[in-house]
Ligand binder design. Structure first.
Ligand SMILES: O=P(O)(O)O[C@H]1O[C@H](CO)[C@@H](O)[C@H]1O
Ligand SMILES: O=c1cc[nH]c(=O)[nH]1
Length: 236
């Protein structure tokens, strides 16, 4: 047990998928896992453990934002010995060539959060994905023929931005998309010496305002989970 997880020792697998939404954790467990067992109920932040193609795997909701996701990341690593963490989330595209429903593999994550400025006493740390996981995810996405982009993203502390000029600045520097957790995940994983990756589905487009149906989003969402599971578990 840890402060925010009531799983018993050994109940969480060494490999964990991390969606922001706890109901997405439930959906992943029910759709993809064999014999899923709920391992967490604290604060309604659902977590499940089961197997995927015979290999043990867990999924744990993290809530929204670096602050919330950092709590679960820390406890999974330091209280449950988790070694591989793959965030599976949604993002908003900043680039015309990155379309709604596409997958984005976050090679690195900029942030407007102050957490790393505080941690590194004003210096700028560059949070990056584990290269092996990134390569495996890219190869699996290519093998499936999924439309996939690899590059920099931004993890923002705010969903509703007051200053639209900031988005323009990130976009000019090649940032593909915005979400709210990856920079925290990558930093905590790096310190602990464990593997982390963020796989995202573009849910909305902040320039073209492209939209999709709920059904389309569900299909693409399942593509993201397949890629994440295969990369995290070393499957082909
Ligand atoms: O779909 P999830 O994983 O929650 O990710 C994105 O969606 C939330 C905002 O709506 C933030 O958590 C952001 O990172
Ligand atoms: O954080 C997020 C997630 C999806 N779409 C956005 O615009 N922002």
């Amino acid at each position: 047990m840890s402060v925010h997880l009531n799983a018993s020792e050994g109940q969480i697998a060494p490999t964990v998928l991390l969606p922001g939404d706890p109901l997405r954790a439930q959906h992943i467990a029910q759709t993809f896992f064999d014999n899923p067992v709920q391992h967490n109920s604290v604060r309604g932040m659902l977590g499940y453990t089961g197997t995927y193609r015979g290999q043990p795997v867990s999924v744990q909701g993290t809530g929204m934002g670096i602050a919330s996701a950092s709590i679960y990341t820390h406890e999974l690593i330091h209280s449950y010995g988790v070694q591989t963490l793959v965030r599976v989330g949604t993002c908003g595209s900043y680039q015309t060539g990155v379309h709604v429903r596409d997958l984005v593999l976050a090679q690195a994550a900029c942030t407007d959060s102050n957490v790393n400025r505080i941690r590194f006493q004003g210096l700028d740390y560059a949070p990056i994905a584990d290269f092996g996981l990134l390569m495996a995810a890219y190869q699996r996405a290519q093998a499936h023929g999924f439309s996939t982009h690899v590059g920099n993203i931004v993890s923002s502390d705010t969903f509703y931005q007051d200053n639209p000029g900031v988005m323009q600045r990130w976009a000019e520097y090649g940032v593909l998309a915005v979400e709210m957790e990856a920079a925290g995940l990558y930093t905590i994983a790096a310190k602990a010496g464990v593997r982390a990756l963020t796989v995202l589905t573009v849910s909305d487009h902040l320039i073209t305002h492209e939209e999709t149906t709920a059904e389309e989003r569900q299909t693409t969402f399942n593509q993201m989970i397949e890629v994440a599971l295969e990369a995290a578990l070393g499957l082909s």
